[in-house]
Write a protein that binds this ligand. Structure first.
Ligand code: UDP
Length: 569
């Protein structure tokens, strides 16, 4: 079709996992028909001008300017189609409750969603069980059961469910939790994070004893030097990538509806803090398509960006309306708060187009300014929808009351865009490029081939540096750092993830978080030779920056990442 131009890689992903199939497993729609199905279904709730919105939604998806999270693309229009990617479920301290949530998680996974849980309400290992006079297995043992269930519930054969498991730093089983993934085999379907409070961080900084408490009674069980626990956390993260941290006080500082309860968990990749049973749907704008070009000089197209934000917010609010809710509890709280998460992808490619190095103050400043614009326009769009459709039902109990009418308790999230950025042929989320060349999977089992990033190639041509020799080196090494004769300024613009100091990774996270009401999913990538102290520094700085969470990955460390990125060799 004119206008829809997909890479071979995107086409293959859609064909294998997104397009509707008949009973024999053959795809029965084209990618264009998939976008049409989604646009029709999502605009179906419009009372007036449904046709107009269908075209708008279809246009921005088929031009790869905006894509909703994967479950919306896969399931829109299907009977019982679950469209949200993110859920949080409670884990209460009874066998009945533990297995009820496990069953609910399996159902959510089966239909394409991911689930987060805080296991801190469970009594510790060895605690007495009054009914059986036996002893509890503790939260880590139950997490392993959740993990095993996830392993065997494929999401409609498309992908495996992802989980976030949190245990608070004052739970008596915290050390077992910190070390659980060190064996390289346990909890492979979980990202794990320690639930951190400001009290704990102060105890670390002042070198105090830290008291571990029974969650049922609140009584002290034992104590451990806070610094020792911190060392265990950061050294294990250095070795395996896990655990990350979630900063619970920062999350609750921004909880838009504190009257409905404290937030104790996020979804699997951390970008959405949610109340128990709450769900959220996401969508991301492709920044590499929000530009104007004049003689090789690129600028952000603010008008186009604003229009896409307004349509994106409307799209995501509509998703809440046409969504199918498996569980009545999820339906109740989701409809009360109407949380959505509009985010971004293609940030690194935008910077490359504009010739701004990722590791620069200029980039960090632009990130803040850009996200402030996204937030402002998103809030305007949500306020307009409140005028048209009414505020979210718990608005009178929210921080927006009484001045600001809003349709949605939250509007923005920076998701990892692990698959949709590949469909949109751009860089992941707000991440720098991992390499300037990729090994693309072979089409339908064909030979895989090496390709350089399209925007890098275009810019190098425009700047007059492109030649066969340069291409050969980039294909081999993935970077331009060893290329002689290339000015330092140019090398800096095309630096890749492991060449960028962690300080700049984190400054980008802070810049986007500053104007993101939910949270920012970001992996702080380290080269293999990073030291455990670097991890301690980055975790501490993340807290000082007031972030909501932090995740690192050191190149070559033991753990396989839960979410495989599709096109990085
Ligand atoms: N997610 C999931 N399983 C996966 C990938 C993602 O359940 O294999 C959920 C998870 O909650 C994650 C969210 O989808 O935080 C968004 O992830 P991402 O942006 O990578 O998803 P995409 O829409 O690109 O598939």
């Amino acid at each position: 079709m004119a206008g829809l131009s997909l890479t071979a890689n995107a086409f293959q992903i859609l064909e294998e996992r997104y397009l509707l199939r008949n009973l024999h497993g053959t795809a029965i729609e084209t990618p264009e028909e998939m976008f049409r199905r989604v646009a029709k279904w999502i605009s179906g709730t419009e009372k007036k001008n449904g046709g107009h919105w269908e075209e708008k939604f279809f246009g921005m998806m088929s031009r790869l300017e905006f894509l909703p999270n994967s479950p919306t693309l896969m399931n829109a229009g299907l009977p019982a189609g679950q469209l949200s990617a993110c859920f949080v479920l409670p884990v209460e301290d009874s066998l009945d409750a533990i297995f009820t949530s496990l069953k609910n998680a399996a159902l959510i996974h089966q239909r394409g969603g991911g689930t987060g849980y805080n296991f801190s309400r469970l009594r510790p290992k060895g605690a007495l069980i009054s009914s059986s006079k036996g002893f509890s297995s503790g939260p880590v043992a139950f997490m392993k059961i959740y993990d095993a269930a996830t392993e065997h519930v494929k999401q409609g054969g498309k992908r495996r469910g992802a989980n976030m498991g949190i245990l608070n730093a004052d739970h008596p089983d915290i050390e077992e939790f910190i070390f659980v993934k060190r064996d390289g085999t346990s909890l492979q379907n979980f990202n794990i994070s320690v639930g951190i409070t400001n009290n704990f961080m102060n105890a670390v900084n002042k070198d105090l004893e830290w008291v571990l408490k029974d969650p049922g009674t609140g009584h002290a069980v034992r104590s451990i030097p806070a610094g020792k626990l911190w060392k265990q956390i950061t050294e294990t993260a250095w070795a395996t990538g896990d655990p990350g941290l979630v900063f619970l006080d920062n999350i609750n500082r921004d909880n838009p509806t504190p009257g409905l309860g404290n937030i104790q968990s996020t979804n699997p990749c951390g970008e959405v803090p949610l109340l128990d049973y709450e769900s959220c749907n996401l969508g991301s704008i492709n920044l590499s398509r929000m530009v104007t070009e004049n003689n090789g000089v690129y600028e952000i197209d603010r008008d186009k960006l604003a229009e896409t934000i307004h349509s994106g917010i409307r799209f995501l609010d509509n998703v809440i309306q046409v969504n199918h809710y498996l569980l009545p509890q999820v339906k109740a709280i989701t409809l009360k708060n109407r949380k959505i998460g509009l985010g971004l992808m293609g940030w690194a490619e935008l910077l490359m187009l504009m010739e701004i190095p990722y590791a620069s103050t200029e980039a960090v400043k632009l990130a803040e300014e850009l996200m402030e614009f996204v937030k402002k326009e998103s809030y305007k769009a949500s306020a307009n929808l409140a005028g048209e459709r009414g505020s979210f039902p718990s608005w009178a109990n929210s921080r927006f009351y009484p001045e600001n009418k809003m349709r949605n308790a939250t509007c923005n999230s920076i998701a990892p865009t692990g698959t949709i950025s590949v469909i949109a042929d751009t860089s992941y989320s707000i991440e720098p490029l991992y390499a300037l060349a990729y090994r693309r999977v072979g089409i339908l089992g064909g030979k895989s081939q090496q390709e350089v990033n399209g925007i890098f190639k275009k810019k190098m041509k425009q700047m007059g540096y492109w030649n066969a020799e340069l291409e050969a080196v980039v294909l081999q090494t993935g970077t331009v750092k060893e290329i002689q004769g290339l000015p330092g300024r140019v090398k800096k613009v095309f630096e890749t993830s492991l060449e960028i100091p962690w300080e700049f990774h984190l400054k980008h996270q802070r810049a986007f978080q500053k104007f993101t009401d939910n949270s920012v999913s970001k992996t702080i990538n380290f080269p293999a030779e990073a030291r455990p102290e670097d991890i301690s520094d980055v975790y501490m700085t993340a807290w000082k920056y007031g972030l909501k969470g932090i995740t690192i990955y050191r190149d070559g460390s033991k753990e396989k990442q839960v979410l495989q990125r599709c096109n990085v060799s």
